[in-house]
Write a protein that binds this ligand. Sequence first.
Ligand SMILES: Cc1cc2nc3c(=O)[nH]c(=O)nc-3n(C[C@H](O)[C@H](O)[C@H](O)COP(=O)(O)OP(=O)(O)OC[C@H]3O[C@@H](n4cnc5c(N)ncnc54)[C@H](O)[C@@H]3O)c2cc1C
Length: 321
Amino acid sequence: MAVLAYIEHIDGQFQKSSFEIISYAKEIALLTGTSLTVVSIGGVRDDSLQTLGKYGASKILRATGETLNAFDSAAYAAVIANAAAAEDVRILILPGSFSGKGIAPRLAVKLNAALIPDVTELPAIKETQLTVKRNAFSGKAFATVTTGADKIILTLSPNAYKLVPREEKAEILAFGAAEASAPGVRVKQVMRESGKVSLPGAEIVVSGGRGMKGPENWGMLEELAELLGAATACSKPVSDAGWRPHSEHVGQTGITIAPNLYIAIGISGAIQHLAGVSSSRVIAVINKDPEAPFFKAADYGIAGDAFEVIPKLIEALKERG
Ligand SMILES: Cc1cc2nc3c(=O)[nH]c(=O)nc-3n(C[C@H](O)[C@H](O)[C@H](O)COP(=O)(O)OP(=O)(O)OC[C@H]3O[C@@H](n4cnc5c(N)ncnc54)[C@H](O)[C@@H]3O)c2cc1C
């Protein structure tokens, strides 16, 4: 019984999160003495697919077709379900991303599988029982879940597993598109902001809150982000006010991120905000109120006015070159 991993790409390019999925899935295949099959959906060039061999993908099923050019959770779930049946799979690994969260429940229903979302560690597998740790309550707690189900789907939290370099020669096989019914919503065009670091998989995130006073002050956050190679994010009231796009809103009702470094500027640290960022490896807070709750969750803190601190940080980074 093989292990199957679904990996996503942006315009044909794989991100670090996909290599994490393959590293993690390969380790489970080794633990269970089985093989790993990777499913890639949509237009990806052969040379990009070949790079997956560096993390242990030796068999890649590539599904292409008109209905698969834009993300559609029903169509993608149908392809992965077909691949799981063809490969006689017990354990499926999906990213804990927007698309993974859309596909996983549909797939669980199709395959009559147990779904364990947001796992953070390798599972312990004893005979038919699989036990794994997962994030619970928006990252405020961990749960340890055991299942003996015939089919098991795990979604892996971003940045939860290391990259494990391996040298495998990837064999790429064309896989038939699913007979998915016509999607209810048809995507006509996808426009991406080019040249910006994408928030979900970013290593460093510079985030601003209501303490930034208004959208006209975001220039310095963007400059800081650019110098650090970081993505930008914001608190909910900031996106609600239209200062920043909703795609940047992190927290309980926004997206969940787990970068290596999260820099929170002028954000109070409400529990609903922390729910989306508390898995960050290092948290640095800049707030003019030394009593701001965010300092309790921070690894580093600067109690100071953002309008004085940020220009100094920018200057120091420029001097460093
Ligand atoms: C059901 C529900 C869901 C929610 N979901 C989310 C969510 O997903 N994400 C989210 O972010 N919020 C969410 N919220 C809102 C959350 O409770 C907070 O209201 C919000 O996070 C506060 O945003 P803020 O920290 O930007 O603003 P504020 O609370 O107004 O804090 C601004 C901070 O900036 C500091 N400051 C002011 N001026 C400066 C300066 N010059 N320099 C440095 N610091 C300065 C202040 O000291 C203060 O700490 C949710 C609320 C509810 C009820």
